[in-house]
Design a binder for this molecule. Structure first.
Ligand SMILES: Nc1ncnc2c1ncn2[C@@H]1O[C@H](COP(=O)(O)OP(=O)(O)OP(=O)(O)O)[C@@H](O)[C@H]1O
Length: 299
């Protein structure tokens, strides 16, 4: 279990993380989704005591990270896969971590096997690794102490599609066994496929938080017709809230049958009708990304 409460980080004039609160529960994969620069890494670094918070707090398994006894055995962390010592072999990196955390040497071979690094690859210096191999090694390091909690910052970066699928299965299995998994990504599709719960961050603030079903369902019904203006009037006259979608169509806060019946009685031809579902989340995410992109351009 991870509990984040009112976590805030200020870098001079930049409010990198702004009053962030959420939880990640055992048995679930929690996706931490946000565009580049949204504050994901800073939040995760604060959780693990690597960056001091300006205010607020985090508890992992009931305690601040620094107060955990032998945290390497309780929390598996992968924050920056490229930060591993380039001159050591993959096996040496893990053997050293095993020594420091009091994990038996045999576990090194086990985790190498779990992450799919061969004996030959594990004997190569990390400096020669591809980003995908570094991610696998970083994940092996996170799993080494058989922790109850995993905190992974963009673990799928650099993995090929088969690697992404493999990681997804691994994390789902880990959560199914009762583990707590928090993983970040700037890619909606990646998070949507693996997470049970999604926390969306934009410009340092939490903008959506719920189970995947809640976030996907809550959006109402998306409808496109040959005469959206007439449809909107009819829906509003029936007391239904309606919002226009960029790119055409509208989203009504009503179920599909109500929308279809209203359209039929208004004589409007419906050409598309479905749960607003993932489009709602996608639009929210695109808005965040576009907002951020505009800032980058004007900065
Ligand atoms: N050490 C630092 N000093 C000053 N500003 C920082 C520092 N670290 C992060 N920031 C700023 O804080 C904001 C959040 O950055 P952060 O790296 O947490 O975002 P992110 O969501 O992890 O994005 P990315 O996926 O690009 O890493 C950004 O505006 C970033 O420039």
């Amino acid at each position: 279990m991870i509990t984040v409460e009112h976590l805030t980080k200020r870098y001079g004039p930049v409010l990198a993380v702004d009053d962030v609160s959420f939880t990640a529960e055992p048995g679930l994969v929690t996706g931490f989704l946000g565009p580049n620069g949204a504050g994901k890494s800073t939040t995760m670094r604060m959780m693990c005591g690597l960056t001091p918070a300006s205010s607020g707090s985090t508890r992992i398994l009931g305690l601040p990270y620094a107060a955990l006894t032998n945290p390497g055995r309780r929390v598996g962390v992968l924050l920056d896969a490229s930060a591993q010592h380039a001159g050591r072999t993959g096996r040496e990196v893990l053997a050293l971590a095993a020594l420091l955390t009091g994990v038996g040497r045999s576990r090194v071979d086990e985790v190498l096997d779990v992450v799919g690094l061969t004996t030959a690859e594990a004997s190569r210096r990390v400096g020669t690794y591809s980003l995908g191999m570094r991610q696998r090694l970083g994940l092996a390091g996170a799993l080494l102490g058989e922790p109850e909690v995993l905190i992974l910052d963009e673990p799928a970066n650099g993995l090929d599609p088969a690697g992404i699928r493999w990681m997804r299965d691994l994390l789902r299995g880990y959560a199914a066994d009762g583990g707590t998994v928090l993983l970040s990504s700037h890619l909606l599709g990646e998070i949507e496929q693996v997470a049970d719960r999604i926390v969306v961050i934009g410009r340092g603030r939490i903008v959506a938080d719920g189970t995947k079903d809640e976030l996907l369902r809550g959006a109402g019904t998306y409808v496109r017709s040959t005469d959206d203006a007439a449809l909107v009037s009819a829906l509003r006259a029936a007391g239904t809230e309606v919002e226009h979608r960029t790119g055409g169509g509208v989203v009504a806060t009503a179920d599909a049958e109500h929308v279809a019946r209203t359209a039929a009685s208004a004589g409007v031809v419906v050409v598309e009708l479905r749960e607003a579902s993932s489009r709602g989340l996608e639009e929210l995410f695109l808005e965040l990304t576009a907002e951020h992109a505009r800032e980058e351009v004007t900065a």
